[in-house]
Design a protein around this ligand. Structure first.
Ligand code: 6PG
Length: 465
């Protein structure tokens, strides 16, 4: 049988996706920049190699595929992707599709979509989540691009996707950059959830005097309840791990500077460009940036001393507080998606997005099933915050979160994401806010004018005589 899809780029993720496909009975063609990568892949494929046709160069890979071709590239979505397209365009035929399965900036995806369209070629930006293990055994995939490409790609990705109650965690979410944008926001939520976990770890470790392994047990227990999620599960495990070299808790020997490849930052940049703010995600990106300033922090510690005073907090309060914060961070992510959908005319369906995030991806969490149902109900203003499905979680969780944040602030433990959650919630719950003061100031210094609560039109204050 001729191959259904080609894979170019047999690094960790590309090889894992290719093996997943072959295992699901899909005939594939593969190639890689270096011939050694191809040979290594064929060795790893073992008995699955019979479903793989291997090519040492790009034109042989293209030739191996029946038209219209579907070719998935798993290479850096930056310069190398543009260089690959330079090479591919003359080799392809009208109707062929190239898929970028990496973490691309969706602006690049839109640009590449237009570039390929000039040659009657299709470009698909596809977000893939779940790391190597997910790619090998069932990722969550967020697909953009044309209906034509989706028709050809769909059987392949539905076969390899993670499943939630039998439903594959993959969908065609919208045209051009929609898939990569949704993946970017997925990562923004990922950043917020990870930072929130680190903040709770700080409170328990330095405020409540618990050891990492004990804290890990709390996460493992929470993972069995409504907070069940991949990130809680792995945190439960990794906090209980010891360093084989020193015997110390593993988290104590890892440097305290977090890396970042850009997707969290892109989420914030795009949110702000769309006139939105996702302050929990902003706080998480800030947390990573501050973590990188290690030398400054060490000097500041010597000058001021870390204020990590004991706190009086019952671990039982943390669970409802964390659940409320989690709902709020997802709510913020979905607001950005809604704003982008309007701006780029993508017609994103938030219920579908929540459903394909229920398994396979890094932010998979029990809450997502409720979130999907809440969006299917059509909450007021499309806002998760206002869905009756979460009123109990918020009624119970917000007072607990207030107690947690209050204690943290008084004792000097930084909780940028948890406090951002409260700041947002407490702002949004005010039917009458305080921006009248800002409007008065703007009018005072710049004659910008303001609206009145009791009349239509633009007015000025008495300060203008
Ligand atoms: C996923 C992840 C993944 C991402 C890492 C690293 O969904 O599988 O989001 O795509 O590459 O999480 O991201 P940072 O290096 O920015 O933390």
């Amino acid at each position: 049988t001729s191959p259904q899809i080609g894979i170019y780029g047999l690094g960790t993720m590309g090889a894992a996706l290719a093996l997943n496909m072959a295992e699901k009975g899909i005939a594939i063609a593969v190639s890689n920049r270096s011939a050694k990568g191809v040979a290594d892949f064929m060795d790893r494929a073992g008995p699955l190699a019979e479903r793989v046709s291997a090519s040492d160069d790009l034109s042989a890979l293209v030739q191996a595929l029946p038209q219209p071709r579907t070719l998935l590239a798993m290479i850096p979505s930056t310069g190398p992707m543009d260089a690959l397209l330079d090479d591919l365009i003359p080799l392809l035929s009208p109707g062929d599709t190239v898929i970028d399965a990496g973490n691309a900036d969706f602006h690049d995806t839109r640009r590449r979509t237009h570039r390929l369209a000039e040659h009657d070629l299709h470009f698909v930006g596809m977000g893939v989540s779940g790391g190597e293990n997910g790619a090998r055994n069932g990722p969550s995939m967020m697909v953009g691009g044309s209906d034509h490409s989706w028709r050809h790609l769909r059987p392949v990705v539905e076969a390899i996707a993670a499943r939630y109650n039998g439903a594959p965690c993959v969908a065609h979410l919208g045209p051009d950059g929609a898939g990569h944008f949704v993946k970017t926001v997925h990562n923004g939520i990922e950043y917020a959830d990870m930072q929130m976990i680190a903040e709770v770890y700080d409170l328990m470790r330095n405020g409540m005097g618990q050891e990492p392994a004990q804290i890990g047990q709390h996460f493992a227990r929470w993972n069995d309840g409504p907070l069940g999620s991949y990130l809680f599960e792995i945190t439960g495990t990794l906090l209980q791990a010891a360093d084989p070299k020193t015997g110390k808790p593993m988290v104590d020997v890892i440097t305290d500077s977090a890396g970042q490849k850009g997707t969290g930052r892109w989420t914030v940049i795009e949110a702000i460009k769309l006139g939105q703010s996702a302050n929990m995600i902003e706080a998480a990106v800030a947390g990573r940036a501050w973590s990188a300033e290690r030398a400054v922090r060490q000097d500041a510690d010597a000058t001021f001393g870390a204020a990590r005073n004991p706190i009086d907090l019952d671990a039982a309060r943390l669970e409802p507080a964390l659940l409320a914060a989690r709902v709020l961070e997802y709510a913020q992510g979905f607001r950005i998606l809604a704003a982008a959908s309007t701006e780029y005319d993508w017609q994103l369906d938030p219920g579908t997005i929540a459903r394909i995030w229920r398994a396979g991806c890094i932010i998979r969490a029990k809450t997502l099933d409720d979130i999907a149902q809440a969006f299917d109900d059509g909450p007021p203003h499309g806002e998760l915050l206002l869905s009756s499905r979460f009123s109990e979680v918020l009624d119970r969780g917000i007072p607990a979160l207030r107690k947690v944040v209050g204690q943290a602030v008084l004792a000097g433990h930084p909780v940028p994401v948890l406090s951002a959650a409260l700041a947002w919630f407490d702002t949004m719950r005010q039917g009458r806010g305080t921006a009248s003061v800002i409007q008065a100031q703007r009018d005072f210094f710049g004659r910008h004018g303001f609206g009145r609560v009791d009349a239509e039109g633009v007015f000025h204050g008495p300060w203008w005589g």
